[in-house]
Ligand binder design. Sequence first.
Ligand code: AMP
Length: 190
Amino acid sequence: MVNIILFGPPGSGKGTQAAKLVEKYDLLHISTGDLFRANIGGETELGMKAKAFMDKGELVPDSLTIEMLKAKVDENPNVKGYIFDGFPRTIPQAEALDAMLSDKGQEVNYLLALDVVEGEIIKRLLKRGEVSGRSDDQNEDVIKNRIGVYIKNTRAVAEYYNQLDKTNFIDGMGTIEEIFDRLCKVLDSE
Ligand code: AMP
């Protein structure tokens, strides 16, 4: 069992790389952003609550996020491991994840942090907004708010796992294949 947190600011390529890692290592990809968007599409109560925060580029409250994540993990117990994408985004989320995995006799094995410069992020997100239909990718103020939230609340999660010797910083600039090779090198190094 190997559990990976794919980490980085919005637009750092987490979703793209997660899809490739899932294929190579046969893991279950859990993206909290995707789960929220599915709830919005299904017009669930959770979706309506989450939408108000997502539209502004704010974080959805920890309690709602953690509950949704736990349900997804519990629905899929027989897997080789999980790739968490966009989760945890706060220290309480990280602590909740560790407690949940520890109850199952598991742990986070790697946090892979994609490093991308801010100018590149804004460019990538605006480009993605042209095709993704995501309103939070189309408005530069919302994008800037998401980056601000990342710096204020989320970046500390990489440091939290660094203290536990689990964080690996990966250069997130380059082609999709170059970045994928860097990630695989870390995962194949043991
Ligand atoms: P993403 O698809 O990962 O870029 O997430 C899109 C939006 O969903 C974020 O800007 C947040 O509003 C919300 N979201 C996704 N994951 C989380 C999380 N772990 N904690 C709080 N909010 C989240």
